[in-house]
Write a protein that binds this ligand. Structure first.
Ligand code: C2E
Ligand code: CA
Length: 772
């Protein structure tokens, strides 16, 4: 929407132009002299306004406004001379000089504009454009203005001012045409085109003026003067339009980008010189040929340059693309690098505790060992959380993980930064310490680690008192290969566990063999064929007074096809640790029960079968009912079975064991306390439970012939038992002397090599049962 005042301004200008035009028809001096300065003054004010408001090309607008001002002042002086002083101003040459100021201002404005405009042009093309235009202008000017004769020009050009007029006009025209020619890509704004139109009109009109002046044809206040004022007003109008549609983004791009590339049609404009010439100068073939020649030369040169530019653009485009590509590759590489780092972190760390994992540990340890010479030391601490399985099974994996994280944090805080802490999996951690350390220093570290883990762990709802066991092995002292050193540290850790946990143990090659064997047995137990590999041996139990067979103890034997005969002392403990004892116990109970059933049936006897029961079996709720089922199955009487329980177990608790003992007692099954006298025997507890028999440990019998102390102890046990109505059986009696002593002391029964070693069922039957 055009604002009201601008509308008024346009109407006023319209009226002004009409009035001025009419005045020129009548060649009115009065109106001409008054209207001309008014128009140019308006132009001046508008341009000054544009100068103030505009943010770009301020210099252009200032010089243009100055041009208008100079014109209007000269016009006013002219009017004063003509209308007031009544002197013919045409005779005052200084006016020509004043009016020239406007020309110079416009040329300056053009220069300022071109300076900026030229920044984004291809200079070679620009040079060709300017040359072609200048030559064409020069020829047209020469042909039309000087009718082909430069002598005329030289003759009349004694007035320097006229000469400058022509030069400035030609410069303005050249500047405009070169500018327009150079815009092959993009477009100037409407306002700029209008301004250019104004200046073009000004320059052409000025040339016409000089021409008329040259040939004495000029009439003041004619259409020429009107055109001057009009051209300045058009320039001002152009300025206003530029202000209205100024678009900085467009301008920034337009003036910085190469705009004289592309469109080959521009050159065709040069052909316009031919009709211009024909119209104003008549048909002259040779002259036309010259103009045509300029066109062709221009086209060839231009084409060549454009192609070169094009190639260069393609090249830079390619370079740009390459740069972008390179940038993209760089970015991608960076991403990949990050991903790689992430992956490497994941592949080297344990996801739960965030400490290193087994993979990394193995890799690192191998590297360290490879690097180290044998006089360097690497210490491996193999750590296992005691009883972690119970925590995991009882409280679930989340709590288990929580405990592991806490433990790993404590370990991390205790060791030095350069030590490597890794989780091998489960509840096992390893710490690698490089550098010489004395045994004392290592002990210190282990103690610190144990103490730091000992402190109560608090989780939301629970608190845990966790301990750790540590095995220590050193490179190169204990081994020089990674595998062996890790295995040795593991063995040492097992040793610490077997010594009661919550402690550390240094690797010792003696312990190592035991533990290795233990591992092997563990493995074999997993796949043992019960009926093929296990066998029960039987050892008689004899009434000391009557010398009669009253019972038999079933003792398991393992004939392993791989390790040969493995004694029960070795594998029962392992079976208890690994949990396979329950199944073994079941097998023993079943076999022994079946055997005693057969024997007592066959020989019509009442011999009692003693079966060793592991504590793990005993705590099972089903123990009593299982036994009952087996007894039923083989039709056993209750007094055919005796259960042997070790002393330590019997002492352990009152609760659950008391209950079991009561149940067994109610079933009429006899219970013997095995190995009595070796543990923390507390004679007082015997009375608490209903036992039937005490088996006096072999250790007490061993030196009984010479060791009076032992003899007293055995005596005390026997006396106490008598008082409580509990039978006693002396175990491991090997010699007649021993037999006599225990008999003398008052033991009721005896078992030992003195009568027989444990033997196979067949032998037992032959040697003992058939004798009854
Ligand atoms: P234990 O219950 O104390 O068994 C007595 C051990 O002493 C047997 O060893 C037996 O052969 C041995 N022995 C008996 N008389 C003499 C003797 O005069 N001199 C010597 N030197 N040794 C004698 P064995 O059969 O090697 O069994 C060792 C241990 O293994 C048993 O000690 C028992 O604790 C355990 N065991 C054996 N069989 C079973 C079983 O079926 N179940 C369970 N849970 N444990 C069993
Ligand atoms: Ca026994």
């Amino acid at each position: 929407m055009i604002k009201k005042y601008t509308l008024h301004l346009y109407i006023l200008l319209g009226v002004y132009l009409i009035l001025y035009f009419i005045s020129t028809i009548f060649q009115s001096k009065f109106f001409g002299d008054i209207l001309s300065p008014i128009g140019t003054l308006i132009s001046f004010f508008i341009l000054i306004y544009v100068y103030k408001k505009s943010e770009r090309f301020k210099g252009v607008w200032l010089t243009l406004s100055l041009g208008s001002l100079i014109w209007s002042i000269t016009d006013i002086l002219w009017a004063i001379c003509e209308l007031l002083i009544r002197i013919n101003p045409e005779n005052i040459t200084i006016f020509d000089f004043f009016y020239l100021g406007t020309n110079i201002c416009i040329v300056t404005a053009g220069y300022i504009y071109m300076k900026k405009f030229i920044k984004g042009v291809n200079l070679v093309q620009f040079f060709i454009d300017v040359s072609a235009i200048s030559i064409s202008c020069f020829i047209i000017f020469g042909l039309l203005f000087l009718h082909g004769s430069f002598n005329l020009f030289i003759k009349n050009a004694n007035n320097i001012i006229e000469f400058i007029y022509i030069i400035t006009d030609l410069l303005i025209i050249n500047c405009i045409l070169s500018g327009l020619f150079s815009v092959r890509k993009g477009k100037l704004t409407k306002g700029v085109y209008i301004t250019i139109l104004g200046t073009a009109i000004y320059a052409v009109v000025d040339l016409v003026y000089v021409y008329e002046y040259f040939y004495n044809l000029y009439v003041p206040n004619s259409i020429i003067d009107f055109m001057y004022a009009t051209s300045l007003l058009i320039i001002a109008f152009g300025g206003l339009t530029v202000l209205k549609y100024s678009n900085f983004e467009w301008a920034d791009e337009f003036y910085s980008k190469t705009k004289n590339i592309g469109s080959e049609k521009k050159g065709l404009y040069l052909l316009l010189t031919i009709p211009v010439y024909v119209i104003f100068g008549g048909f002259d073939f040779s002259k036309i040929l010259v103009l045509l020649y300029i066109f062709v030369a221009y086209e060839i040169l231009s084409n060549y340059v454009q192609k070169a530019i094009n190639n260069e653009t393609l090249l830079t485009y390619e370079k740009d693309i390459n740069l972008i590509l390179e940038e993209k590759i760089k970015e991608r590489t960076k991403e990949l690098l990050l991903k790689n780092q992430e992956l490497e972190y994941i592949s080297n760390h344990d996801p739960i505790t965030n400490v290193y994992n087994r993979r990394y540990l193995n890799k690192r340890l191998q590297c360290i060992i490879n690097e180290k010479k044998l006089d360097n030391q690497v210490t491996i601490l193999y750590i296992d959380v005691d009883g972690f399985k119970t925590i995991n099974d009882t409280y679930g994996h989340d709590i288990g993980d929580y405990v592991l994280i806490e433990i790993s944090d404590r370990l991390k805080k205790t060791v030095k930064e350069n030590n490597i802490l890794a989780r091998l999996g489960g509840d096992e951690f390893v710490i690698i310490i490089e550098g010489k350390l004395s045994k004392e220093e290592i002990k210190n570290i282990c103690e610190k680690l144990i103490n730091s883990c000992k402190e109560t762990i608090y989780s939301d709802n629970y608190l845990f008192n966790v301990t750790i066991s540590i095995g220590v092995a050193m490179f190169p002292h204990d081994a020089i290969s990674r595998n062996v050193i890790m295995k040795n540290a593991d063995i040492a850790m097992y040793d610490a566990k077997s010594k009661g946990k919550n402690r550390y143990s240094f690797f010792d090659s003696h312990v190592s063999n035991e533990i290795l064997e233990k591992g092997e047995i563990e493995l074999l137990l997993r796949n043992v064929d019960y009926d093929k590999e296990f066998e029960l041996y039987y050892q008689p139990q004899i009434d000391i007074n009557t010398n009669k067979l009253i019972g038999v103890e079933a003792l398991i034997r393992w004939h392993s096809p791989i390790m040969g005969n493995i004694p029960p002392n070795k594998f029962i403990k392992i079976a208890e640790e690994t949990g396979s004892i329950e199944k073994i116990g079941q097998w023993v109970m079943n076999t022994a029960a079946k055997q005693i059933g057969i024997w007592n049936e066959k020989f019509d006897s009442n011999i009692r079968m003693s079966i060793n029961i592991s504590p793990n079996q005993l705590v099972s709720i089903d123990f009593a009912s299982d036994l009952e089922k087996i007894m039923k199955k083989y039709g056993l009487k209750s007094d055919w079975i005796d259960i042997e329980i070790t002393e330590n177990i019997a002492m352990k608790g009152e609760g659950i064991f008391k209950q079991i003992f009561l149940t067994l007692d109610n079933m009429g099954i006899s219970i013997s306390i095995d190995d009595f006298g070796t543990g923390y025997s507390s004679l007082s507890y015997i009375q608490k439970f209903s036992f039937n028999r005490l088996k006096i440990a072999k250790e007490l019998i061993d030196n009984i012939t010479i060791d009076l102390n032992k003899r007293h102890i055995v005596k005390a046990i026997v006396m106490l038992s008598e008082g409580l109505n509990i039978l006693t059986i002396a175990e491991g009696v090997e010699t007649e002397d021993q037999l006599n002593i225990v008999k003398e002391i008052g033991c009721n029964q005896v078992q030992g090599y003195v009568y027989s070693k444990p033997v196979t069922a067949d032998r037992f039957e032959k040697e003992f049962l058939l004798q009854i």
